[in-house]
Each structure stands twice: as C-alpha cells, then as structure tokens.
Design a protein. Sequence first.
Length: 262
Amino acid sequence: MTLLESRARSGPLAGINPVAKLGAAAALTIPLVLTLDPVSAGVALVLELLLFPFAGLGWREFWSRTAIVWVLAPLTAVTIALYGETSGTVYVDWFLVRISEGSLQLALATMLRVLAIALPSVVLFATVDPTDLADGLGQVLRLPARFVMGGLAGLRMVGLFLDDWRALELARRARGVADRGRLRRFAGMAFALLVLSIRRGAKLSTAMEARGFGAPGQRTWARPSPFGRREWMLIALGLTIAAVAIVAAVATGAWNFILGPG
C-alpha cells in the first residue's frame, strides 16, 4: 500500500461500506444521464465541489486523482463543439467542422455532465479497498461468492500486472532491445505479458479451487460488512444533489430529457 492510499483510507469516507458508495454514485449518475443540459450538470457539480473538502482527501491528492477527468472533459466538449448538432447561429462552417450556437451549448452541457458524473465517482472510490468491496458485494448485495471472489482476485492482480510490465521493460532495456522500434517493442511486451497473465491466472484458479473457493454450499466471510445509518445517509446525500439539480433544470426550463420523443 502506498502512502497515498493509506492517507485516503483514513478519511471520513474510509469506514463507509463500498456498496453505499456504489449507490451514491448511481444516485448521482442516473438522473444526469437522463438529461443533457448545462443547468442540472452545473448545479450538481457546484454542490459536489462544496462537499469534496469533507471527503478526507488533501487537495494535492484530489488533483492527482482527478487530473485525467479535468483533461478529458474539455476535450470531449471540443469534439462536440466542432461536430455536434447544428442549430441557431452558425459561427464557423468549414469542411466537416461546423460550430454553431447549438453545438456550443451542447458542448458546455456535455463537459459539465462529464465532470459532475466522473469527479464524485473518483472521490468516492479513492477510499475503497478491494477486499471491503468484495465483502460488501457478497454480504450486502448477496452476489454469488464465486463471482465476487474471482473479481477480487482479478483486482489484486492489477498491481502485479504493472510490476510485470516494468520488469519486462527493464529486462529488454538491459539486453539492448528497447532502444528503437517503439510499436514493435510494445507489441512484443504486450504479447509476453498476455502469456504471463494467462499462466498466472491458470495457477491462481487452480490454487483457489484447491482451497475450496469453488465449493458448493453457503459461504462464510471472515469480516462482517455492516450497512447502517452512515451508508443510508451517503445514498440520501447523492439523491438530494440529483433532486436539486433536476428541480433547478426544470424550473429554468433547461431540462432536456434525451430519451424523450423528438
């Protein structure tokens, strides 16, 4: 565990059941997916930014974890602005590029919606431990134990996957075969890592079967996964933010139900 992870898991959200974080993320995401307007996404984003300081993440950690979201959201908006649906005044019309009043509004709404959906998901799951998530999925949601334990084993292998990639890169560099041909080098390393992953997966599945992970019958869990008042409060908070955003959009006439006719 890195120092970054240890700090994140000591924050106020660290002790909340991961299933509740899934529920809160879903409560925020589903209403925002049903509409595409700048008001609902903007209101939700403002409320989320006001609550992020209470998540227990330092500002440096927050920016490091969410940097990719801040980069990709504007890029998505640029694509929509250049090639989105044309309506209203047309400002630029050149070849396939057509920038209009409608495409700019759609680009703004898309960027805000991406930020409003992605940022809370990143912040909520910054404090999730894979084992705690597996306990919650198995005990709270009652998902099949075989599926849950297989997913947990896969998540635990991600760190080894990255270590293997670094080891392969260093080994090839030490042998002097990593100085040129980047595409060829990447393809060779990817194939080698695929073979290594398949072998490790086969060994892991055999070891898990030998230890009774695939045995029939009721499975017991080493650690309880409580789901109480704090978890329900987090889900209620997500529902409240979504409700305020929807009411604001409807009140201003900006609500745009994307699954509606026409």
